[in-house]
Design a protein. Structure first.
Lengths: 195, 209
């Protein structure tokens, strides 16, 4: 399994260095700022997107759950990181990889940015399937760009996606323990004319 | 010039804030144009507001990722290939622009926590700017377009529903008044319908017993 993992990242990263424009595009997508901001903007936009008050409340409660899921997925990734310090691909196969990104110092498994992206995508999907699929595509592209850049193994990306989706489902389930606090919080924001 | 990490972080934070603000403002404009929340529109026309939103997002992205071309930072001198610590201070060249922003957070880039602080601030500022310009829009530019009888009948709407026909400043007192009147009922109705494992249901049921 580990060998297939390494072979895949070496093969995919081996495609780099041929077309500079494509490499540059992947560098931009892999950036710490572009896709994470896109996920945040998607949630921000959904907050204001409902066409009637009932739809808005549903969107807004889901966005609050999503924000909690993003925070919680970071905690889950950190917990996995402290129990398994998997080295990054460029550490184990540095001579076979053309690193297109800076050298992260945290463990490889699971991919933290992918977990965050998939948690946001799962939230969007739960209220709007069509938009959610676009978000899943964006989160997958983000993972693929990091794979292409040589900073994650494929199993890190899959692990990150599983963590993100699972944490969102778990956080949605947790909501039942916190009601009516969440609905009342949305009502408070509506009292400030922002919901 | 210094490559001190705190200096690098300050540079990133200010650039990121501008990026997040413009992109948030753009996203907000697209969302409120689609939902008809006129009180937050930056222009009097739905279509123009929507396209302005797209333009603002693209401007934010362009400014953030092009800035290394004219603003000095830790991205100069051809040392941007996968190493964020050995970069020289200066301006980036076109060829190395895509990698210029790829700086590790331990070398001055913004980590997730810092982004989680700066983004909400930028989003709140985008909302405030939209509310202020939207109020001007409704008061000055849009006066003729809104049906007065329809406007009067919706005077009671609160929250974003109120912003469909009124400015933020006209809607806020209505929203606050309704919030004060409703919140007790919302809380009690929520407690009645909440799952039996709800922490608040458990606490309040126990205290009432």
């Amino acid at each position: 399994m580990s060998s297939i993992d390494a072979d895949l990242v070496i093969w995919l990263n081996g495609l780099s260095g041929n077309v500079k424009v494509f490499d540059d595009l992947m560098r931009l997508v892999a950036s710490d700022y572009l896709m994470p901001l896109a996920f945040s903007l998607a949630m921000f936009g959904l907050w204001f997107s409902g066409k009637n008050p009932a739809e808005r409340v549903r969107y807004q409660i889901t966005m609050l759950i999503a924000i909690s899921a993003l925070s919680l997925s970071n905690v889950v990734v950190w917990l996995i990181n402290i129990s398994w310090d998997r080295p990054r691909p460029f550490v184990e196969h540095g001579d076979e990889l053309n690193l297109l990104f800076y050298s992260p110092t945290d463990p490889s498994f699971p991919a933290n940015p992918v977990a965050v992206g998939f948690a946001a995508a799962a939230a969007a999907w739960s209220i709007n399937h069509k938009f959610g699929w676009w978000m899943f595509a964006a989160a997958s592209l983000f993972g693929l760009s990091r794979l292409y850049a040589g900073v994650f193994y494929p199993t890190d990306i899959v692990g990150g996606a599983v963590v993100g989706i699972a944490v969102f489902i778990f956080t949605s389930y947790l909501r039942r323990f916190l009601e009516p606090l969440i609905t009342s919080f949305v009502r408070l924001i509506r009292g400030l004319s922002a919901a | 010039m210094s490559t001190d990490f705190e200096t690098v972080r300050d540079v990133f934070a200010s650039h990121y804030f501008l990026f997040a603000f413009l992109a948030s403002l753009g996203t907000l404009q697209i969302a409120v144009a689609n939902s008809g929340t006129r009180g937050l529109w930056l222009t009097p026309r739905r279509l123009v507001t929507r396209w302005l939103g797209v333009a603002l997002i693209l401007t934010g992205i362009a400014i953030f990722f092009l800035q290394p071309l004219w603003i000095e930072g830790p991205w100069a001198g051809g040392s941007v290939e996968a190493d964020s610590i050995s970069r020289e201070w200066g301006q980036a060249r076109w060829g190395e622009l895509a990698a210029a922003r790829n700086v590790n957070d331990i070398h001055g880039g913004l980590d997730g926590t810092k982004q989680a602080i700066w983004f909400p601030l930028a989003a709140i500022l985008a909302f405030v700017v939209s509310a202020m310009i939207g109020a001007l829009n409704i008061r000055i530019l849009n006066r003729g377009e809104l049906d007065r009888s329809e406007t009067r009948s919706s005077l009671n709407a609160d929250g974003l529903a109120g912003l469909e026909k009124h400015s933020y400043f006209a809607t806020l007192p209505v929203s606050l008044r309704k919030f004060r009147a409703d919140i007790g009922g919302v809380w009690r109705a929520g407690l009645r319908t909440a799952d039996r494992w709800s922490l608040f249901k458990i606490i309040f049921d126990r205290s009432s017993n």
